[in-house]
Design a protein around this ligand. Sequence first.
Ligand SMILES: *Cc1c(COP(=O)(O)O)cnc(C)c1O
Length: 461
Amino acid sequence: MAENKIPYKIYLNESEIPSKWYNLRADMKNKPAPLLNPGTGQPLTAEEMSGIFCEELVKQELDDTTPFIDIPQEIQDFYKMYRPSPLVRAYCLEEALGTPAKIYYKFEGNNTSGSHKLNSAIAQAYYAKKQGLKGVTTETGAGQWGTALSMACAYLGLDLKVFMVKVSYEQKPFRREVMRTYGAQVTPSPSMTTEVGKKILAEHPGTTGSLGCAISEAVEVAVTNPGYRYVLGSVLNQVLLHQSVIGLETKAALDKYGVEPDIIIGCAGGGSNLGGLIAPFMGEKLRGEKDYRIIAVEPASCPSFTRGKFAYDFCDTGMICPLAKMYTLGSGFIPSANHAGGLRFHGMSTTLSQLYHDGYMEATSVEQTSVFEAAQQFARVEGILPAPESSHAIRVAIDEALKCKETGEEKTIVFGLTGTGYFDMVAYQKFNDGEMTDYIPTDEDLAKGLSSLPKVPGQDA
Ligand SMILES: *Cc1c(COP(=O)(O)O)cnc(C)c1O
């Protein structure tokens, strides 16, 4: 089909929503390292995990071999409320940049939660409900995950307790009210309502919190309350599995027009949107069928891939969660308070960590003022007000498109536009007032976080 026939938005039909998720791990020769029990140093068994997570989700977490997993009909039906999400050809951005590159973005912000997180929230809530649980607990940083999960829990009639990173709780009161409107109980973290929260507050009085702290609190509440389990919105294999719906739709839409991307770009916090977006493309790459450049973009202030260590580490600050082998800055790492753009987690998906380690993808880090410059430029020509997280991907997509302008190459660039930024106006205000600064941690700062890495057999201290 002729290039100029490609519409601004490529929509799929309802019937083209995938009916199976794709499990990238099935095609990996080097599987992601197993989660370890922090007490014994041994791989976590399904039985041990089922005290924290729902049973079906434990199965998905441990399944490294089944390539396709059925999406239950109820979840497919929920997806129909806001999916398929559009794949947009960024004609306006291309023109503004004067680039011969062809730019596409998959827009996941078309639902009330404003991000891709709803794709996994509904799945996790569904399995919790199916197991007969009363409710779930979770943490939320910027608030998108908590919002998505509160929507899913409201839909299914599940109770939800959210621990929200204190700095976000204070900066984003409206995000909190959205969650409460959907019936969630929201507590700023660290809090005095949990043992681990009290301990963290005693050690770091006045801390504005971190995702790692909030995870510790949410897990404690889940394991001490009968009928509750803990759910996590990123990092885990099961979350990447659910998010594969993004990549499957993207690929189906591109295939309709015979378009093959050269470069695929996504922002990386815990790795769920990126893992989902790249899944089917990475599958082809792993099977030796195709090659793509795949780029993870992270904030310079929280650079797990680009400056972290590939090592076993705790997923939480309280050090009560399982150990995961991942690129990490250390569970004690707390990003600078002036960091506004989300993506604050100290670690990274074990699946993406292994793929990065094995050379299947690249990573780069960007500073927040340049991220907001990209966000502003994008908003003005493409109309959508992007989330700061998503804008990390925009930054690098624009940079790659500008390189094409220099070389005259007509590369096809696809990036994940994970969400909208309506609740990030404090950050946008700082940027607009010229008050946004960049903070790049020094090697000394990072050494402090990395000194907290646990001692695991076979891992040098
Ligand atoms: C949570 C979030 C991210 C980062 O999380 P990943 O698990 O790395 O995808 C990115 N963008 C938006 C809009 C988010 O809400």
